[in-house]
Design a binder for this molecule. Structure first.
Ligand SMILES: Nc1ncnc2c1ncn2[C@@H]1O[C@H](COP(=O)(O)OP(=O)(O)O)[C@@H](O)[C@H]1O
Ligand SMILES: [Mg+2]
Length: 156
């Protein structure tokens, strides 16, 4: 069972960046983030801000992994895997792309994570994004992992 940690309103792209920057500060190697939400809600936009912050590379070009399934970024000899599981169908697909056993110290960020959640050893930080108006989103944050409970104090 997931525990709801926080709920944050993002009334602009600037606020989405602020949230990504804040969460980047808590992310360590081997952490996993799962991001749920409808097409166009801002999962890739949020992830782009997040990866730029983690890698300290504001000009890095982050593209959607919709067709590649996994885009890899290297930083400090480690890796970030930005994944989009929308086009996968079953457990065998997960095995085939190697996402169940990523290299040590990989940070996983997963869009459309429903397929993988039941197979993960460690439950991820789960962000559920909803579109409430043209530029307004609400992000509900969940996890049972103790480490993420500190996000309850986060204000954007
Ligand atoms: N507050 C916001 N947060 C995130 N994206 C927003 C926001 N307001 C507008 N957008 C726009 O919504 C679109 C989200 O697209 P994208 O990130 O590709 O969605 P997804 O990956 O969920 O399909 C982008 O064009 C982005 O500029
Ligand atoms: Mg996307």
């Amino acid at each position: 069972m997931n525990r709801k940690i926080n709920s944050i309103h993002l009334t602009s792209l600037t606020k989405t960046k602020k949230l990504a920057d804040a969460i980047a500060g808590y992310i360590k190697n081997n952490d996993c983030l799962a991001i749920k939400g409808d097409v166009g809600v801002g999962k890739t936009t949020f992830t782009s801000f997040l990866i730029k912050k983690i890698t300290n590379s504001p000009n890095l070009v982050i593209t959607s992994p919709t067709f590649t399934i996994i885009n890899q970024y290297n930083y400090n000899n480690k890796q970030i895997w930005h994944c989009d599981l929308y086009r996968l169908h079953d457990y065998n697909d997960l095995v085939n792309i190697g996402i169940l056993e990523p290299p040590k110290n990989t940070i996983l960020i997963i869009e459309w994570p429903d397929l993988i959640l039941q197979y993960m050893a460690k439950q991820p930080l789960l962000l559920c994004i909803d579109n409430i108006a043209a530029k307004k989103r609400v992000v509900n944050i969940y996890s049972i992992e103790e480490k993420w409970q500190q996000l309850s104090k986060l204000k954007i």
